[in-house]
Every structure is written in structure tokens, then in C-alpha cells.
Design a protein around this ligand. Structure first.
Ligand SMILES: Cc1cc2nc3c(=O)[nH]c(=O)nc-3n(C[C@H](O)[C@H](O)[C@H](O)COP(=O)(O)OP(=O)(O)OC[C@H]3O[C@@H](n4cnc5c(N)ncnc54)[C@H](O)[C@@H]3O)c2cc1C
Length: 320
């Protein structure tokens, strides 16, 4: 045993890094599988600005904080430990596990890691937009489109996806304006679709938002024009919080949103002993998908540990 591992404060079967939907779901399966599990959570889930979480069957409309609180209660019932904190480093121990460092100075040992650290939305740098994020500036019509259906929608063209979101939003409202802002001109195919959907296209840069009595009322163009709008969809650039995974050498793959760490159907990364789930490895995951991915990863880790331990015992029996 190395000097380092002798000084470890606690040893766990699994450390789950990140306590959002994906992490708590992995932890629930692991706890119910009688695995000694620690969840370390930095407390910045992606949907924090939203008052309600939509589209999660049986929890539709629940406040996100309430959902996570319920999840923490459920994992505690199975003996899973949860701690507030940020994992700053996870390094192989040279044997069959990892040394995990938390930003409060603690160092723990994990036989396996499940990384569910989510992603960061990089908002377009439009004045006033960040302040309305999760209120009347929205990122996804599936999450919040129903609540604002039939209203005057604006869509800020996405640097990667172009007109895509405006086309989607036409399912929720007949009154949609696409602001090209700094995006490239539309392709002939998108121009035809935008025209077919009756979407108004506004060229020129957006300078900021007009907000009155804590409500979005318009989009202010750089030339001074104001286009009245009640809701603005603004796709973001997605930045996965995958630093722990890439530092361990996890392979990535290109996606339309940039490189994301590659996982198989169970969430296994290319690094032995490391699984990942949720938005950290899946740009399109919503809460229910993140929870489902965490469940799969938790079950896969437990299964792998069972077989690893049985193979060791079987080899020892053969050796006599
Ligand atoms: C404004 C907004 C509203 C949304 N509304 C909805 C909705 O209504 N319905 C829906 O289905 N989806 C919604 N989403 C998407 C939803 O937020 C994500 O799908 C979901 O949060 C992904 O879960 P996750 O567990 O992968 O990541 P997260 O929920 O982001 O959780 C990751 C956790 O890991 C922690 N963490 C990160 N790094 C570390 C570290 N090094 N150490 C320890 N902890 C760490 C973070 O602090 C965070 O608590 C919304 C997103 C946004 C931006």
C-alpha cells in the first residue's frame, strides 16, 4: 500500500462525483446494491435558474431543488453518504481504484468512479440576457415551451444550430421571430422551412433586451429598433464539466456541440473503472434521461464489481 493510500480518510466502493439527477440516480442503485457509496456535490445543477422542472413523468412542474432534496433523502435511506464539496482531482491508485481529492482537503479512496458533473451553458453575450435566463429567456421548448405557448416568441439564431430552434418553436406558437444576430445566413433549405412556418426573420445584431416590470417585452437591435417579444429562446454553447475525465485520459468524440467524452450504453468510459452519465457526457440529456443514465451506470458498476471480486476469489481457489 502506498504512503498516499495509507493516509486516506475513507474507502468507498464507489465515489459519485456530482449530485444532480444523474449522480443521485446512480447513487440510489448503488445504495440499494449495498455498495459503500459517497456522493460529492458542488451544488450547481444546470437548471438552478428555473422555478419548475417540466417533463419528468410523475414530477412534472416540481421545483428542481425539491426534486434533488427528495433524491438525497432516498439515497440516505440506503446508507449512501452525501457531502457538499467539489472534487478537484481523481487519480489512479496504481492498483484497482482511485484517490479522490475534495476541495475541503479530504482525500478518499474509491474502487470505482461515476462522474456526473453536468455541463455549463455559455450564454450569448447579449446585454440583459443572463439576468432573464430560466425566466423568459429559455433554452429548450421541451422544458418550458408549453408554459409560454401562443406567446410572441423570439429566437436568437444559434451559432451552430442556426434556424433549428425557431423551426421547433413553431410547434408552440404561430408568432415566431428569428433574430439572425451574428449567425451565418440561412441555408436555402432553412430559408424554405422558415418561410413555410411563417417565421419572421430579422437581420442585424441584437444589442440587448427590453425588460419592464420584471418581464421581457422586447428585443433591442443595434440600430435602435425594438421588436416586441414576450419570450426569447437562446441556445447556448455547451461546455461539459469533464475535466476529471479528460485528466484521466478518457476518450472524447466530436458532436455538433463540440467534443464530449465517449461512453458505451452503460456509461462506461474508455478509462477502466470510470463511468459517467448525464449532461457531462450527453449534450441532449434532460433530467429524466440524466436520471436514467445514472441508473444504468450505477447498475453497471455494481455488476462489474461483483464479477471482479468473484474472478479474484475463483483465481485464489484455483491457486489453493
Ligand atoms: C434554465 C434551464 C432549465 C431547465 N429546465 C429543465 C426542465 O424543465 N426539465 C428537464 O428535464 N430539464 C431541464 N433542464 C436541463 C437539466 O438542467 C439537465 O438535463 C439536468 O440538470 C442534467 O442533470 P445532470 O445530473 O447531468 O447534471 P446537473 O443537474 O447539472 O448536476 C451536476 C452536479 O454536479 C456538480 N459538480 C460539477 N462538478 C463537480 C465536481 N468537480 N465535484 C463535485 N460536484 C460537481 C454540480 O455542481 C451539479 O450539482 C434545464 C436546463 C436549464 C439550463
Amino acid at each position: 500500500m502506498s504512503e498516499h493510500s495509507r493516509t486516506l480518510e475513507q474507502r468507498y466502493d464507489v465515489v459519485v462525483v456530482g449530485g444532480g439527477a444523474a449522480g443521485l440516480s446512480a447513487a440510489l442503485v448503488l445504495g440499494r446494491s449495498r455498495r459503500r457509496t459517497l456522493v460529492v456535490d458542488a451544488g450547481e445543477p444546470r437548471n438552478t435558474p428555473a422555478a419548475h422542472m417540466q417533463g419528468y413523468l410523475t414530477r412534472d412542474g416540481m421545483p428542481p431543488a425539491e426534486f434533488l432534496e427528495a433524491g438525497r433523502r432516498e439515497i440516505a435511506a440506503y446508507g449512501v453518504e452525501w457531502t457538499a464539496g467539489r472534487v478537484t482531482e481523481a487519480v489512479p491508485d496504481g492498483a484497482d481504484g482511485f484517490v479522490v481529492t475534495v476541495d475541503d482537503g479530504r482525500t478518499v479512496h474509491a474502487r470505482r468512479l461515476v462522474v456526473t458533473t453536468g455541463l455549463v451553458d455559455e450564454l450569448p453575450p447579449v446585454e440583459g440576457l443572463a439576468r432573464r435566463w430560466g425566466k423568459d429567456v429559455l433554452h429548450c421548448p421541451y422544458c418550458h415551451g408549453w408554459e409560454v405557448r401562443d406567446q410572441a416568441f423570439g429566437v436568437l439564431a444559434h451559432p451552430v444550430m442556426g434556424a433549428h430552434q425557431a423551426l421547433m418553436v413553431s410547434q408552440w406558437s404561430d408568432d415566431v421571430t428569428l433574430f439572425l444576430h451574428t449567425a451565418a445566413p440561412l441555408s436555402p433549405e432553412d430559408r424554405a422551412r422558415v418561410a413555410a412556418a411563417g417565421i419572421t426573420v430579422v437581420t442585424g445584431e441584437v444589442a440587448g433586451l427590453v425588460v419592464e416590470e420584471d418581464r421581457l417585452t422586447g428585443v433591442r437591435m443595434a440600430d435602435g429598433r425594438v421588436v416586441e417579444r414576450a419570450v426569447l429562446l437562446a441556445g447556448t454553447l455547451l461546455s461539459p464539466r469533464d475535466g476529471l475525465l479528460t485528466a484521466l485520459g478518457a476518450a472524447t468524440q466530436d458532436t455538433p456541440f463540440g467534443p464530449f467524452v465517449t461512453v458505451d450504453a452503460t456509461g462506461r468510459t474508455s478509462v477502466p473503472g470510470v463511468w459517467a452519465a448525464g449532461n457531462a457526457v450527453g449534450p441532449a440529456e434532460q433530467v429524466i434521461n440524466a436520471a436514467s443514465g445514472g441508473y444504468r451506470a450505477g447498475a453497471a458498476v455494481n455488476g462489474e464489481l461483483i464479477l471482479t471480486d468473484l474472478d479474484r476469489k475463483a483465481a485464489a481457489l484455483v491457486r489453493g
